[in-house]
Design a protein around this ligand. Sequence first.
Ligand code: RB5
Length: 146
Amino acid sequence: MNIAISSDHGGNNLRKEIISLLNELGHNYQDFGPQTSDSVDYPDYANPVSEGVAAGNFDRGILVCGTGIGMSIAANKVNGIRCALVHDVFSAKATRGHNDSNILAMGERVIGGGLAREIVKTWLAGEFEGGRHERRIEKLSELENK
Ligand code: RB5
């Protein structure tokens, strides 16, 4: 899978942990930074990942900030993005099956690296169930064009 990943300063450490996991799992990825621990603004780092996924340049995106909230709000501003803020394994599976989420957001100040790794593994492996959920995804797209 081809994955785009970024964080802000509040998510730097967890982003690095997730990059180690992506290496272990053998996924291709592009790291959009940041490359220093300086304070940065999360919309600036969410946007290249979101635009890249929406354009089809990446299969999925992963965003990390302190809470995951700022990143998820920023990502969902981009048409075609269904970003899920997830801090448990049940939701990681459900959001793939029901929402066909294409970006995963997590908060480094909320969960530890062990749980985050399980969430990422579950989310990457999760399959969209289609059926009635397809209709609901279509309605989300319609909201973007209002
Ligand atoms: C940065 O201090 C923090 O606000 C950010 O990482 C994130 O939690 C915002 O939602």
